[in-house]
Design a protein around this ligand. Structure first.
Ligand code: NAP
Ligand code: ZN
Length: 346
């Protein structure tokens, strides 16, 4: 077994604190990665607080992982010791269902194995990237370009792919008006990708103080959603809305901003169900849809795209001892625009 240092929540009501556990030994198809940086996703907070469903405790969050390969199993083909590697939200899937065979392991019909707060396929709890090292099958590891800033690359493994994948699926690009709701971890990556794909991008935000940042990220317009006049001015104007909000919010209001036949794409996952009147959709043939992360091949494609276009996340690097404060700021919408943990601080 491989002894591993981590930060864990012991229950949904306790703060993260130091904890140690053992990872499995490296099997023939496994690699071991020494983790250097791990991004802090709002999903980490939802899960340690049991906001979605009862979790598995102790819980070690973290699914935006980058580091170097330190060991490879005998049958590993893709990686060598020393390679830069990344891990996102999944560490396994059935590999044989229709969706897995189509490269969409995130939609595995048996359910993919999540990087943490899940049981692996032999029934052992999975633990995430707020830890010194991880052991996992090589198929779910992606190659991280050496040219990008490594700490700022970590968030691409979740915030990046979660926004890249739906924009690609719906072919959002030149000639489209895209609105991104919520300028946080996912939202700021949605802006960067929307702009890179050629769309005209508007940020819909609750925070007037983020306007200059939105512009710096490449957004063409900025709307403060508490300002009725500003909202009125963009009624019926968007082809797509990418909704990254983590809390309860007025989805029908956003639906009124779509053009006829427009699509509202939910990637944010508020804990409570949302109410959508039929008449918010019917008169304009509007759709509400959802999307989760992306497949492994698409995650690699996204990283390569980022290397080519020099796209990374805008980050605040923190020590793991600062995690509770980072969560508090995240709840207030005060993330500029992703916290990343320097795992050396562990
Ligand atoms: P985040 O950094 O906290 O960003 C969320 C942003 O939403 C905030 O910065 C804020 O931006 C806005 N916001 C917050 N409360 C709001 C409210 N009541 N009404 C309207 N806007 C509000 O979170 P994140 O890490 O980007 O994650 C966002 C959501 O996506 C979470 O629910 C997370 O679990 C989910 N997620 C889903 C997937 C997936 O696969 N689908 C993957 C990762 C994360 P402004 O200040 O600009 O308003
Ligand atoms: Zn995430």
């Amino acid at each position: 077994m491989i002894s591993t240092k981590a930060y864990a929540a012991q229950s949904p009501t306790t703060d993260l604190a130091p904890w140690s556990f053992d990872r499995r030994d490296v099997g023939p198809h496994d690699v071991q990665i020494d983790i250097q940086f791990c991004g802090v996703c709002h999903s980490d907070l939802h899960q340690i607080r049991n906001e979605w469903f009862p979790g598995i405790f102790p819980m070690v969050p973290g699914h935006e992982i980058v580091g170097r390969i330190s060991q490879v199993g005998d049958h590993v083909k893709k990686f060598q010791v020393g390679d830069l590697a990344g891990v996102g939200c999944m560490v396994d899937s059935c590999q044989v269902c229709e969706n897995c065979r189509a490269g969409e392991e995130q939609y595995c019909l048996e359910g993919n194995t999540q990087t943490y707060n899940n049981l692996d396929r032999s029934g052992v709890p999975t633990y995430g990237g707020y830890s010194t090292t991880i052991v996992m099958r090589e198929e779910f590891v992606v190659r991280v370009p050496e040219t990008l800033d490594l700490a700022a690359t970590a968030p691409l493994l979740c915030a990046g792919i979660t926004t890249y994948s739906p924009l690609r699926y719906w072919k959002v690009g030149k000639g489209h008006k895209l609105a991104v709701v919520g300028l946080g971890g996912l939202g700021h990556m949605g802006v960067k990708f929307g702009v890179a794909f050629g769309a005209e991008v508007t940020v819909l935000s609750t925070s007037p103080s983020k306007e200059a940042d939105a512009e710096a990220l490449g957004a063409h317009h900025f709307v403060v959603t508490s300002d009725e006049e500003q909202v009125k001015a963009v009624q019926g104007s968007f082809d797509f809305i990418l909704d990254t909000v983590a809390a309860d919010h007025d989805v029908p209001l956003y639906l009124s901003l779509l053009k006829t036949s427009g699509t509202h794409i939910l990637v944010g996952a508020p804990p409570k169900p949302m109410e959508i009147p039929a008449f918010a959709l019917i008169p304009g043939r509007k759709s509400v849809s959802g999307s989760t992360i992306g497949g492994i091949a698409e995650t690699q494609e996204m990283l390569n795209f980022c290397a080519e276009h020099n796209i990374v996340s805008d980050i605040e690097l923190i020590n793991i001892q600062d995690i509770t404060n980072a969560y508090e700021r995240m709840i207030k919408g005060d993330v500029r625009y992703r916290f990343v943990i320097d795992i050396a601080s562990l």
